[in-house]
Design a protein around this ligand. Structure first.
Ligand SMILES: Cc1cc2nc3c(=O)[nH]c(=O)nc-3n(C[C@H](O)[C@H](O)[C@H](O)COP(=O)(O)O)c2cc1C
Length: 324
């Protein structure tokens, strides 16, 4: 697939996830075959008002290219300013992505995220401006509409495409659905017929078979993986390998999962320091042992007790010995 003039070497795309897809996570995931990565969503106002935390989200790694910086905001002027700030920062990145799908009230009440789906004229103006002024290709990530009574995905895709967007990711749920129900691939099964640019499908890709199904129904060039790869990085490899060779790889072993978690923990500690990293890992580490019934107690300890890297190591040893 080609995005603007940039060739992408595979079709598996690591989704943006606020609070998770920091540079350590992306560096960890990239070697599994993520063809394109995204930063967490970055607030335009956070950049304009020089919020230190916001600037941290802009960090990219030399080994992750191509990488998209995703921004969100409710006004065209502030999004424009944010792009100019990013361009002044000496950051190595390949694309700007505009978040038009975030359903969280804190975001939508400012007019940002999925709230743009209700303002078609303003959206068109905003996107035309951003594609004109950005030095890098601009992409967009959307939902299919605000609610069941206002599904307007075809109109939105047309607006974005006419504005010069280089790629569109669709998460086929409405804003009001949040994460309830199922991603509705069928609803966008014909969308490729009106698209001249690549389509990425996002939503409910938890297994290789989910990826095959989503791709078959929608004809998408790219498959975005978010929650499904959290604690299961090998899913990316399985999807990438299948679409390149037609062959299916076995699932990873428990020992593999232990090794992956250890590697990710090292990277997160290097980025954030031990205290913050280990506390963040409380929310992430248990995902590495999803589906392993004999790890229930240890998962609870991982999510509530770890304070240091050593605590994590001790629990990993416990899991290892339970395998003997
Ligand atoms: C914790 C979390 C944070 C997310 N943050 C973002 C974000 O910053 N930007 C964005 O466009 N989507 C975000 N999403 C949406 C995902 O990128 C993805 O579209 C959605 O989760 C559906 O895919 P999945 O079913 O594979 O998880 C987030 C999702 C989750 C679960």
């Amino acid at each position: 697939m080609k995005i603007g003039n940039v060739e992408i070497s595979g079709n598996v795309i690591l989704a943006p996830m606020a609070g998770i897809t920091n540079v350590a996570y992306r560096e960890f995931m990239k070697p599994f075959g993520a063809a394109l990565t995204y930063t967490e969503m970055v607030s335009d106002c956070g950049l304009i008002y020089e919020n230190k935390e916001t600037y941290k989200y802009l960090q990219t790694s030399p080994m992750e290219h191509p990488v998209a910086i995703q921004i969100f905001g409710g006004k065209k002027e502030s999004l424009y300013q944010a792009i100019k700030i990013i361009e002044s920062q000496n950051i190595d990145y390949d694309f700007i992505d505009i978040n038009l799908g975030c359903p969280v009230p804190k975001v939508t009440k400012t007019g940002a995220g999925a709230a743009w789906l209700k303002r078609k004229d303003e959206l068109s103006e905003m996107m035309k401006l951003l594609t004109r002024v950005s030095q890098k290709p601009v992409m967009a990530k959307i939902r299919i509409g605000w609610d069941d009574n206002s599904i307007n995905v075809e109109e939105i895709v047309t607006i974005l495409q006419e504005a010069g967007v280089a790629l569109i990711t669709i998460h086929p749920r409405t804003r009001n659905q949040l994460y309830a129900g199922k991603a509705n691939y069928e609803r966008i099964k014909d969308i490729k017929q009106i698209m001249r640019i690549p389509l990425v499908i996002s939503g409910d890709i938890f297994t290789l078979d989910d990826a095959i199904k989503a791709q078959t129904i929608t004809g998408a060039e790219g498959i975005m993986v978010a929650r499904g790869a959290l604690g299961n990085p090998y899913l990316i490899k399985q999807i990438d390998y299948y679409f390149k060779t037609g062959k299916k790889l076995n699932n990873p072993t428990l020992q593999d999962q232990i090794n992956y978690l250890r590697l990710f923990a090292h990277k997160l500690v290097t980025l954030k320091g031990e205290y913050t990293a280990i506390h963040e890992l409380r929310g992430i580490a248990p995902h590495f042992f999803k589906g392993y019934s004999n790890t229930k107690k240890i998962k609870l300890k991982l999510s509530t007790e770890i304070e240091t890297f050593n605590d994590l190591e001790e629990l990993l040893k416990e899991i290892q010995s339970s395998m003997l």
